[in-house]
Design a protein around this ligand. Structure first.
Ligand code: GLA
Length: 726
């Protein structure tokens, strides 16, 4: 038996994924820290549990596998589930062969990670059912991420129904993983939640057609021995599902990541192949390493290289300042103020098209609202550019208002189940993006908008979920959700091709579609409609677990309850801007904004692309927050400190930093803020080793805030700039 073992090892910088092939079965021998020498074949059952462990494993004698299916006697959630052409549910996939090729094997219609180093292709087959399952494991030179996807091909003559095909399966030892997911709602996106999965099945998913604010596809699973963290994500923007199954019978845990099988069944005709999106997995020694790896991966392998490390413009968006009520005069006044303050990009948000004065009309009519704009959009954009600003525009392409010419002329473009009243959210319906005519209409109409205002930036919004799935142009509704995403990607790809230099920002009622699929096309995503800094602290920290600062749209607004300085200190950790009516700001506020803009521009590259370390977590027991951003050569850094509790009769917190050069001497200076007294000691020098290892109280810094509320300061924040001087 033993001589039949064949071992396949795939290495990343710090990890190894080892498969062992035994008699037509493929087991996962190891996934974790890198191993250099493989044990001799004689000792392989050190890795693989292939003993006689009863009914649950007696078919394959292997507990940890990279694939699973229905009908193998191993009754767990499976990677693939089909109805064969003979109407049966049973599958028997066995290992056939594998090969290693250079580079990645990207797909035409789905985003796949860029700049791959090599790909392991494992081929499995169910000969009886005439099905081939190919697994693609892709690694990257500078990364510990492994991207995984599957392809199922029907080599037979009849139709096969695919009920589920996940992108990734990983089985690991033990059954007490602490799973960390990022869940929430509109204006409360990506709050960290910890769940111990010790028995049964735990799941996160989305069902509304977008990756959702409710449950992001990114999650981590922490090893019960405190020994390492697995992390997963999906390069996809539609319904997703992540399953963690604690299999107490065989003491292992299964992870599955992929397209949600909710309302899903796909017809695979003779000769057809279904390819899943790519999922990504990572093994790292700590949560911090997961974050750093994920950030590097997004910047090096997801985001369009043209924008990857390009400084993002500082913008002013009119939405929170004016909502739908604006005139050309108002916009020009705002633009004047923006230019005076040092803003670089003016973004005209919702309300510039059709006859849109509220959210009940005009979606789909992407022509200029000339009465409101006092002329054409192009002319307005020219006037704004003449003030020295770039011009950006908001669109919501996937939607249609019933009060629109588009709906009057093409009611069939809206996604409505015939004979049923559709669900209306925000007074709007969703366009049927499965219909190629609709896709082509959008490519043309949105292309024309970008062209006629010569947009430097486009905010692509999507303000409701999908409910009434139906297309008059496609028979199998079980494929609808997925085909919608393919249609969306087709439209965006065409526009990106036509306008390669335009910076796109994705948005979905705030952060309802913050995922690697959208980031592949659009390098930044509006994080949340919640701009109140105390709440935003949680949203940004949650988002930063998996997505880098440069990908996170973060603005200061005129919302109540917090000082202007705290709004900036929180929002500056991202693709930054303002979203307020600057013409209504007091002179004092304008002076504050000007100084903030100077600070941001001075440190923009560091803030957007420096290495981010979480220090105190807002989700921790203390509910305080701090982080530090450090430049690659460790010559400079910015730290953020936030007291979130009322400081009544309490001693100030103590803060410790990390990641600075132990051997360097740093000068530090607290960013001057208008709301603390000038006699506060706010600068000095310190060794990197002291900063990395000692606790600092910064005593009076926090107690002397001048805009304290009568019973303390609900949110007090500071930024500290460090510069290596020796
Ligand atoms: C969504 C976005 C906002 C704004 C409005 C406009 O809610 O998240 O930023 O663009 O739509 O209607």
């Amino acid at each position: 038996m033993r001589e039949k073992f064949n071992v396949v090892k795939l290495d990343t910088t710090n990890t190894s994924l080892v498969f062992a092939v035994n008699d037509g079965n493929l087991g996962i021998a190891h996934y974790g820290k890198k191993i250099t020498d493989l044990p001799q074949s004689d000792s392989l059952d050190m890795f693989l549990l292939n003993g006689q462990w009863g009914a649950s494993v007696d078919r394959f004698n292997i507990t940890k596998m990279s694939y699973s299916f229905v009908g193998d006697g191993n009754m767990r959630e499976s990677l693939v589930s089909v109805i064969n052409s003979d109407g049966t549910y049973t599958s028997r996939f066995v290992y056939k062969k594998h090969s290693l090729v250079n580079g990645g094997i990207p797909l035409d219609d789905l985003p796949c990670a860029r700049n791959a180093e090599k790909t392991l292709i494992v081929e499995l087959a169910d000969d009886y059912a005439n099905l081939t399952l190919k697994q693609y494991y892709t690694v990257f030179k500078d990364s510990d991420i492994i991207a995984v996807r599957q392809e199922l091909t029907n080599n037979g003559k009849g139709n096969v129904t695919v009920l589920r095909l996940m992108s990734l399966q990983l089985d690991v030892s033990g059954t007490s993983y602490n799973c960390v997911s990022f869940n929430g709602a509109w204006a409360r996106e990506r709050y960290r939640k910890d769940t111990a999965v010790t028995a049964g099945t735990w799941m996160i998913q989305s069902m509304g057609g977008q990756s959702s604010a409710i449950m992001n596809p990114f999650f981590m699973a922490k090893n019960p021995d405190g020994n390492g963290v697995y992390a997963f994500n999906l390069i996809y923007s539609g319904n997703h599902k992540e399953i963690v199954e604690a299999c107490n019978d065989i003491n292992s845990t299964r992870f599955l990541v992929g397209i949600n099988d909710y309302c899903f069944n796909l017809t695979l005709k003779a000769g057809e192949t279904f390819a899943t999106p790519q999922a990504v997995m990572l093994f790292a020694d700590s949560e911090q390493s997961v974050t750093s790896e994920m950030h590097n991966f997004v910047n090096n392998h997801i985001v369009d290289p043209k924008f990857a490390y390009k400084d993002r413009p500082l913008l002013l968006n009119n939405w929170e300042g004016t909502h739908f009520s604006f005139t050309e005069e108002k916009l020009l006044e705002l633009a004047d103020k923006a230019a005076e303050l040092g803003v670089e990009l003016f973004v005209l948000d919702d309300g510039w098209f059709g006859h849109r004065d509220n959210d009940a009309s005009s979606l789909g009519d992407w022509y200029d609202y000339k009465e409101k704009l006092n002329g054409s959009l192009g002319k307005l954009a020219d006037k704004i550019r003449a003030k020295g600003l770039h011009f950006g525009i908001w669109v919501e392409p996937e939607m249609i208002s019933e009060d629109s010419d588009l709906f009057r002329n093409h009611p069939e473009y809206a996604m409505i189940v015939p004979g049923r009243e559709p669900i209306r959210r925000r007074n709007q319906l969703v366009l049927d993006l499965v219909n190629k005519d609709v896709q082509d209409y959008l490519i043309k109409e949105i292309g024309d908008v970008i062209e006629r205002c010569k947009a430097y930036y486009v905010k692509w919004d999507c303000n409701r979920h999908i409910s009434d799935i139906y297309s008059a142009t496609f028979e199998n509704t079980g494929e609808y959700f997925h085909r919608y995403v393919l249609g969306l990607y087709r439209v965006i790809s065409a526009l990106k091709k036509r306008f390669p230099d335009v910076l796109f920002e994705s948005c979905s009622a705030g952060g309802n579609r913050f995922d690697l699929g959208m980031l592949y096309y659009m390098p930044q995503t509006w994080c949340s409609d919640m701009t109140e800094p105390r709440h935003r602290l949680s949203i940004q920290e949650g988002t930063l677990y998996a997505y880098p600062q440069s990908a996170i749209g973060a603005h200061v607004s005129a919302c109540q309850n917090s000082s202007f300085e705290s709004k900036f200190n929180v929002a500056c950790l991202g693709a930054f801007g303002y979203e307020l009516d600057a013409t209504k700001c007091t002179q004092e506020e304008l002076e504050i904004i000007k100084k903030q803009i100077v600070f941001y521009k001075q440190h923009r590259h560091l803030l957007q692309f420096g290495k981010y370390y979480r220090l105190k977590s807002i989700f921790g027991r203390e509910r305080k927050s701090s982080w530090i951003i450090i430049s690659e050569d460790k010559s400079e850094a910015i730290a953020f400190l936030a007291e979130t509790d009322e400081l009544i009769n309490s001693v100030p917190s103590e803060w410790r930093f990390t990641g600075l050069d132990d051997n360097a001497l740093y000068s530090f200076e607290v960013r001057p803020q208008n709301n603390f007294k000038s006699d506060v000691i706010a600068s000095g020098t310190a060794g990197g080793d002291a900063l990395n290892n000692c606790e600092f109280s910064f005593g009076k810094l926090f107690s002397d805030e001048t805009d304290r509320q009568p019973y303390g300061t609900p949110l007090a924040t500071r930024l500290i700039y460090f510069k290596r001087i020796d």
